[in-house]
Ligand binder design. Structure first.
Ligand code: CMP
Length: 140
């Protein structure tokens, strides 16, 4: 298995409910190391750029509005098969379909306010990590 990096975002529904530490505990218990982390409040333009791949989707406007509704915590996670491992511990996008014990099953409020984002491939992880972090900010 390969050591990988992936981009994680703790979303505004979770920062609002003071769940950053609980989410981080789940990530670390799953063997992922948080090798970079920052709290920031995205601008409209930043949220639109980050989710640009979804621009044509019906939920895009609402998604952007939600993502700028409060602070987020962007993170780089490192570990064995980090992309797939993080998606497993996150659970399905819709919390109604998320396996018991996953972050979304435990904490998500809805398909939109679903607590965390995680990169869906190693290629997208590299792009998404570079969106938030410079090399100097990542300490593996
Ligand atoms: P995320 O992994 O951050 O990537 C895109 C986000 O769009 C997704 O999580 C959901 O929070 C959000 N979203 C809102 N509505 C939908 C939907 N109908 N299908 C998929 N994603 C949705």
């Amino acid at each position: 298995m390969a050591t990988e990096r992936t981009l994680s975002i703790i979303k505004p529904d979770a920062t609002r409910r003071n769940l950053t530490g609980k989410v981080n505990a789940c990530l670390e218990a799953a063997g992922l190391r948080i090798i970079a982390q920052k709290r920031l409040w995205l601008t409209q333009a930043q949220a639109e750029a980050f989710y640009g791949v979804h621009r044509e989707r019906g939920f895009f406007r609402d998604l952007v509005t939600f993502m700028v509704s409060g602070p987020v915590v962007a993170q780089v996670l490192e570990g064995e098969n980090a992309v797939a491992s993080n998606r497993e511990i996150m659970g399905a996008t819709n919390p109604a379909n998320a396996a018991p014990g996953t972050i979304r099953a435990q904490f998500a409020e809805s398909i939109e306010a679903n607590t965390v984002h995680g990169s869906d491939s190693a290629e997208n992880a590299a792009v998404e990590i570079a969106f938030f972090f410079s090399g100097l900010e990542i300490v593996g």
